[in-house]
Every structure is written in C-alpha cells, then in structure tokens.
Design a protein around this ligand. Sequence first.
Ligand SMILES: [Zn+2]
Ligand SMILES: [Zn+2]
Ligand SMILES: [Zn+2]
Length: 154
Amino acid sequence: MLSMERIIEIMAEQGLRITDQRKTLAKLFAEAPGYLSAKDVYDYMGQKYKGLSFDTVYRNLRVMQELGVLEQIVFEEGVKFKLHCSEDHHHHHMICLQCEKTYPITFCPMQLTESPDDFQVVKHKFEVFGYCKDCREEAAQEPLQAITGKRAAR
Ligand SMILES: [Zn+2]
Ligand SMILES: [Zn+2]
Ligand SMILES: [Zn+2]
C-alpha cells in the first residue's frame, strides 16, 4: 500500500502542485481502511476547508486516479475510490461486500473475450463481489441479518 509520503511524491513527480488540500487527500486515503465515495471525501474535506466545492474534490480524485494513486470501483450505490493496490500491472478485483476487503486478480478475462474485428476495445471492467472468510463466519453466526443490517446502517 502507498504511504501518504509516497502519494505526495508521485503527485509532485507528475508536476502536480502539492497544496494543503492534496496533502490532506493523500493522508485520508493512506489511512482509510476501505473505499470512499466522492461524497465521503467531500464531507470530510468540507469540514476542514470551508467553501470547498464538490467539483474541486471530484477533480482531485480524478487526477489522483489518472496518476495511479487511486483506483475506482463501481459499486451498485455508485463509484468509490481507494488507494491503488500494490499490484503494478493491469489487474482486476475481488471485493468483499461486507468489509470491502479487496483482493487483486492478475488474471484478465479480456484475453478470452473475442471482440468483432470492427470493434475497437478502449477499456474494460471486471469486478467480482462476494464475502471474505471473516465476513462469512460472522454471517453464519447471525444468518442474513448480519449482512443486511450492517449494510443499511453504514
Ligand atoms: Zn487494484
Ligand atoms: Zn469481508
Ligand atoms: Zn483486464
């Protein structure tokens, strides 16, 4: 996982101005255990920087994603961001729906996908959702309610 210092270094190397806001974003993601939606980030940043616009927050998230500092995953409830996996190469994710623990998958199903000759592939997504061992054990003790109850309370 990237440290806050490394995130700032990557941003600086790419010629990004290291503002106080970007430092705070680096710290937030370096310390966040799971995924954050743009709204989560905005709520957090808004407490610290009065008058900050959602657009500014969103633009920074996009930039950090383009630099490979963050990765975005599309959940049913929307797009969320997390720190980039330690996996450098192209990879996909297996994600626990309960605790959001993420396992990188290095296998890419695209190589098995035949696309028509006249179709130019630009990008693709492949994400697998389920429950990790810990969450399955927890759910077995408290059938179903453990999962649905906690999900709703978040
Ligand atoms: Zn990843
Ligand atoms: Zn889990
Ligand atoms: Zn792939």
